[in-house]
Design a protein around this ligand. Sequence first.
Ligand code: DOR
Ligand code: ZN
Length: 354
Amino acid sequence: MPTLTIPGLIDVHVHLRQPGGEHKEDYASGTAAALAGGVTCVLDMPNTTPPTTTAERLEAKQGLARTNARCDVGVFVGASIDNADEIAAAAPHACALKIYVNSTFGPLRVDNWELLDRHVANWPATKMIVAHAEGDVLDRVLEIAQRHAKPIHIAHVATRQEIEMIVAAKERGQRVTCEVTPHHLVLTRDDLPRLGPFGDVRPRLAGPDDRAALWQHLDYVDCIATDHAPHSIDEKHSDNVPPGLPGLETTLPLMLTAVDEGRLTLERLIALTRTNPERIFNLPPQPDTTVEVEIGPRYRLSNHGLQTKCGWTPFAELEVAGRVVKTVLRGRTVFDGERVLAEPGSGRVLFAAE
Ligand code: DOR
Ligand code: ZN
């Protein structure tokens, strides 16, 4: 079967859970999942325990990544209610600032406009601000970023209302970029009866018209990012279901299926998963870093044989037509189609102080 070679993917939105959530995932397991999925660089979110809200915690987290990660990792800092006047000092070593305007897993949330305004005002325009801003609050967040002339990246756009707001802002000339997740491109709330707690995610799975709007406006989308958010099977079966879905190992199979079916071109997929993320977050190049993929033969995704510690995927049993055959990072084969060959600590930590 002929294979194709594309650049290693950059996933700008993952939760690798270290420190504090190591029973769900850690840098070694999460970056193994990345390499098995053809992802050679990840940007790791700050809603860990404790959250990454100070320069010291950022440095400690980068130390954990340095000894455990198997692919390259950038680390976010998070906006909190009490770090608006200090966190900008950490900007040189962070990949970006994450601001949670809506509530989700973990305590990080900036829930008043004055505080949000201060965070946006203080953060330097040389590094990105990433906002979790759903529905009506998105308009207000765009207005604040525009007023302070700061570039802003909107995480996991999930509805027609949101993508249409971003299209309008882009057409006005605002410096806004955005990402969509594979789960919002593939699943809808119609899948919830089947998935139960394994379909619980923020933003929630939306309607078929929302999903259609994301595909329809894909030219205005900058990145495909997984929001890889693993939780254990026991936690998903508990009375207090944490929202979040793993995604690192299923993105290429799902998106290559869209290529196979003529809904996406390979060139556009490379822009969404490599060249746009690299440019938007100003990431260093990864020479000789490629993924060999096979498109065509159909098979079913499965909960078995995954690298992620959580051990499940919301896409189990879905038929796909794409597979990662091999991942090469800086000239070295780090995934051979079955096994991850890169050892913990072989990945690089981006923007870290040396
Ligand atoms: O469903 C989600 N889970 N959405 C988020 O924004 C956070 C994530 C998590 O950390 O589990
Ligand atoms: Zn997230």
